[in-house]
Write a protein that binds this ligand. Structure first.
Ligand code: GLU
Length: 410
């Protein structure tokens, strides 16, 4: 038995990757065009940090005549919430962030590189898993939770690093006949990457925002396909961003430490590595210190908060752009009437560490924006807001519009 036979046995009806490579050809875009994607998981409300990254994705793609994709990453079925996708779509719409390609509704999408929902891409991932398996770059693993716990215990005793790697990766050395027999018997399994990394290896990498970074090489045999047949985040990222032609992976800096795994996956798949840009976490000031804006503790974490408070979406976007590129503020002062689309944004001008998100500053930006609206515009916005949040105010605005206009026009 060789790897090819085992691969055909595990994935009998799966297409060769050449099929997908032809189905999703290289994009025909002008030199320098950026293909970006916002890739949220439908696990709750859209966080202000998510909006920050979507805004940057859209800005970069627009400014370079590229493509901005919305991809839904729903491979972790346990964490998914009801109406999660709709919530993301509604929030982006409220901030007038419009993807060029990707998911547009619960069951609709636009673009030639779909499906844009990961749970609908199962066959594609399997084709790439099979491709690695055929080459002996991946293998099935049957370790149960008890066995993994046992490995961990022995690693502690031996004062070795935790994880599934090197000598501890016992299924890596399993004879292929035995693997086939165990699958025939109906045993549960996952597929792991056979890492080529070494414990002392180092990799140097250039992040568009963070600059030069150095990491230990990945030597963990990471899981690429779970027992439910869905890929892990790492593997789906490599396959999707390759096939969708992503040029810039812009994502939260909690993913920075995964770069060695991603580099190894792109190498194993023999695909070109996209550029990575890890954006700083938004922080708030508290008791003289700074901390992450928390999904659980801070109402301002949810983008709906800004609507409820009557802060114009435009103000939130402008303030976020100001956090992204601090020269935006000066540009805005010099160009009060221009659309923010005309501001030239640079990824590499973003700060490398946590960025302070200051509500007082946001209100200041908001005040400047509102001050430039005509009385009619303010009336329309306030009325729209009042319809949802303050029926009394709505009644008064509608009762005597000329009076309301005079008040709002001061
Ligand atoms: N689904 C991941 C998340 O929500 C996306 C990370 C990425 O952009 O690659 O954190």
């Amino acid at each position: 038995m060789d790897y090819k036979e085992l691969a055909d046995y595990i994935f009998p009806d799966i297409k060769d990757i050449s099929y997908y490579e032809a189905l999703y050809p290289k994009r025909n875009l002008p030199e320098g065009a950026a293909v970006t994607r916002f890739a949220p998981s439908p696990t709750g409300f859209l966080h202000i940090g998510g909006l920050f990254s979507a805004l940057i994705d859209e800005k970069l793609a627009k400014q370079t005549n590229g493509v901005f994709i919305l991809r839904i990453e729903d491979t972790d079925k346990k964490r998914e919430v009801e109406n999660g996708v709709q919530g993301i779509l509604d929030s982006l719409k409220a901030f007038d962030i419009v993807p060029d390609e990707g998911v547009t509704g619960e069951d609709t999408e636009k673009g030639d590189y779909g499906p844009y929902t990961q749970s609908k891409r199962g066959e594609i991932y399997k084709a790439y898993v099979k491709h690695l398996l055929v080459q002996g770059k991946a293998y099935p693993c049957f370790c149960t939770q008890e066995e993994l716990d046992e490995i961990r215990k022995n690693q502690e005793l031996a004062k070795d690093r935790p994880g599934y790697y090197g000598k501890w990766a016992k299924c890596r050395r399993m004879p292929l006949d035995m693997a086939k027999e165990r699958i025939e018997k109906g045993e549960k399994f996952i597929i792991r990457l056979k890492s080529k990394g070494t414990p002392d290896g180092k990799i140097k990498h250039h992040d568009v925002i963070k600059g030069k970074v150095e990491f230990p090489e990945n030597d963990q045999d990471i899981v690429i396909l779970k027992s439910d047949g869905l890929p892990t985040y790492h593997f789906a990222h490599a396959v999707d961003d390759h096939l969708m032609g992503t040029t810039h992976v812009i994502r939260g800096d909690e993913w920075l430490s995964s770069v060695p795994v991603h580099i190894e996956l792109f190498q194993a798949l023999e695909q070109r590595l996209p550029k990575y840009a890890h954006i700083p976490t938004l922080l708030k000031e508290e008791n003289g210190g700074k901390r992450k804006i928390s999904k659980r503790k801070d109402p301002e974490a949810a983008v709906s908060y800004y609507h409820e408070q009557g802060i114009p979406a435009q103000a939130v976007k402008e303030y976020l752009l100001n956090i992204a590129n601090s020269n935006f503020e000066g540009w805005r002062r010099a160009n009060p009437d221009k659309s923010m689309d005309e501001f030239e944004f640079h990824l590499n001008k973003m700060g490398v560490s946590g960025a302070l998100f200051d509500l007082v500053k946001l209100l200041d930006v908001s005040k400047n924006i509102i001050a430039r609206y005509t009385a009619e515009q303010i009336y329309d916005y306030v009325l729209e807001w009042a319809k949802r949040y303050n029926p009394n105010l709505q009644a008064r605005l509608e009762q005597d519009k000329p009076y309301a206009l005079r008040v709002l026009g001061i």
